[in-house]
Design a protein around this ligand. Structure first.
Ligand code: COA
Length: 370
């Protein structure tokens, strides 16, 4: 038995390769650093779905396909509008995906359903944000690429070049990550031959957890709580002495720097513009130093992602939905891969309960006696 399924091979996949020792992450054989530098989210999505880079024409058709599916059905908008404004954003997104399964075009092929979900994840996340503030959701804007449009629908302003690039980088870096917990959840549901919306709903639920997608929100809270770089070491030592975890550190697969964390740190540095930014950046860097010294633990993707998202206008409670927007491309590719070579996932448990109990009728049972 491997607790947490550590090192258990549960599927064959040709989508993403992680070398946890060397700190490498490849989508379909392409290094993420190369994709971040040269590609776009749309092109990376095409690559993840089709196992090769598109021609100009293919990319243009693929992008048009996504753009044509951005608008969400009014039924989804009404449900989101009916939720209390203090509803957790990931709970709202989970509901939105489930409701989309009811209102989406029933004539869509599986591929079209995938494109519809991937495209609408951004609109649904922005709609959740707008309803939370009792403001009218914004319609997707023609002429904007995926990332610029996403930021536009959230903030109401067209982003500048750097902001749009940062959003694109965040989405590319989150697009897939092999059999992480949410992707595994999606594949388990797909393996029952349930529908694609149910698989994504399960994945969103899994991503919500603070050990998975919810960690970057906690990093922002932690940075506020620490308040100053010279308090970072004491903070870590106190937490570790209480056996508490420091969010944004550690990983099941990487035994060195998470390559995504390095890239996001570089972008975080580019976004520093105030004394507070500099102080927050220094706190995070100090945490890295102390965690290596005390626990030999490296930063993961969540350490700097909150910093960059806040700086491009994404509110903290929307971090995990944005993670879900990016990761939806990977979830959908994994669901397709599961469908194409399926066997229901049904592991076994090592039984640790009693054997051979004798049934005692309820009137003869006393408290505490089995
Ligand atoms: C990512 C994570 C869930 C991986 O979990 P895992 O592979 O099951 O690793 P474990 O929780 O068993 O940790 C192994 C050891 O490292 C320690 N450790 C792992 N992450 C730690 C962290 N962030 N802070 C402090 N200690 C940590 C554990 O306490 C444990 O120590 P021990 O052997 O002395 O008990 C875990 O590192 C974690 O909880 N990190 C914080 C949350 C986070 O940033 N999540 C985002 C992931 S991208």
């Amino acid at each position: 038995m491997s607790k947490g399924l550590e090192d258990v091979v549960a599927a064959t996949s040709s989508i993403t390769y992680i070398d946890g020792i060397k700190g490498r992450l490849l989508y379909r054989g392409y290094d993420i650093a190369d994709l971040v530098e040269n590609s776009s989210y749309e092109e990376t999505a095409y690559l993840i779905w089709n196992a090769r880079l598109p021609t100009e024409r293919e990319l243009s058709d693929f992008t048009k396909g996504l753009v044509s599916k951005r608008l969400i059905p009014s039924g989804v908008d009404s449900v989101l509008n009916s939720l209390p404004t203090n509803c957790d954003a990931m709970d709202a997104l989970k509901i939105a995906v489930a409701v989309l399964g009811i209102f989406d075009d029933p004539m869509y092929s599986t591929q079209e359903k995938a494109a519809s979900i991937a495209s609408k994840m951004g609109t649904m996340s922005a709609t959740i944000h707008r309803h939370k503030h009792n403001t009218q959701p914004l319609k997707p804007k023609d002429g904007l690429n995926f990332s610029s449009n996403l930021l536009y629908m959230i903030t109401g302003k067209e982003p500048d070049e750097l902001m749009a690039k940062v959003m694109d980088v965040v989405l590319i870096l989150h697009a897939d990550h092999e059999l992480n917990a949410s992707t595994f959840a999606a594949r388990v549901v797909a393996s029952t031959l349930s529908d694609i919306y149910s698989s994504i709903t399960a994945a969103v639920g899994a991503l919500k957890g603070p050990l998975h997608g919810g960690a970057n929100e906690k990093v922002v809270d932690m940075t506020e709580e620490i308040g100053s770089p010279d308090r970072a070491e004491r903070y870590v030592l106190d937490k570790l002495s209480r056996k508490e975890k420091i969010m944004g550190f550690g990983h099941r697969v990487y035994k060195t720097d998470d390559p995504r964390a390095k890239i996001l740190k570089d972008y975080a540095r580019k976004l520093i513009s105030t004394d507070k930014d500099r102080k927050d950046f220094e706190i995070l860097t100090k945490l890295q130093e102390v965690m290596i010294k005390e626990k030999q633990l490296h930063a993961n993707v969540d350490l700097f992602s909150g910093f960059v998202l806040n700086h491009i206008g994404v509110p903290t409670y929307l971090f995990t939905p944005i993670f879900a927007v990016g990761r939806s491309m990977g979830w959908l590719a994994h669901i397709m891969e599961q469908y194409s070579n399926n066997r229901i996932m049904r592991p076994v448990a090592e039984y640790s309960g009693p054997q051979q109990e004798l049934y005692v009728p309820v009137e003869r049972r006393s408290a505490g006696v089995r």
